[in-house]
Design a protein around this ligand. Structure first.
Ligand code: AMP
Length: 143
């Protein structure tokens, strides 16, 4: 299974914010949309960074309640690792494990096509394993 298969199931919508969005607004959006990260886009629509729940926890630990007044640009990770839709699930699992993050924007030729999370990867992996098991059972019964 490939990243493109996941996107064809879940769609390519990615929630984004501007670098000036407050941490309070980011937290509100993560909660309302039940997501774990937002991408930060610059004025040209390029990926400027990513803010995940973990960045908000870090900001709260460092700044206390004042963290809510900070802007996304002050708490985001700037070097965003992305993946290609043709990458396999195993490849993106390896990228997430070695990078120690749970979100990967999907980009091809500079165009943002979607975002996959560790939850999407685990779901796809379970589906794949279930299909394989069923195929093996059918093969054994047929034999
Ligand atoms: P996460 O596990 O995705 O909640 O993120 C853990 C840390 O990695 C946070 O500091 C995020 O900003 C950062 N992060 C999340 N996704 C990526 C990514 N695709 N590339 C680089 N950093 C990331």
């Amino acid at each position: 299974m490939f990243v493109s298969d996941i996107l064809s199931q879940k769609g390519g919508s990615v929630f984004t914010v501007t670098p000036g969005t407050s941490v309070a607004q980011v937290a509100q959006q993560l909660s309302v949309r039940r997501i774990g990260s937002v991408l930060v886009l610059d004025e040209d629509g390029g990926v400027a960074g990513i803010v995940s729940e973990r960045d908000l926890v870090r900001a709260l630990a460092s700044h206390g309640a004042a963290a809510l007044e900070l802007e996304a640009r002050q708490v985001m990770t700037r070097d965003v690792v992305t993946c290609d839709p043709d990458e396999s699930i195993d490849q993106v699992m390896a990228t997430m494990t070695s990078g120690r993050f749970r979100h990967l924007p999907v980009v091809r030729h500079g165009e943002l096509l979607g975002l996959v999370s560790i939850g999407d990867i685990v779901k796809a992996r379970i589906e794949e394993t279930t299909h394989e098991t069923e195929a093996l059972k059918a093969y054994i019964v047929a034999g």
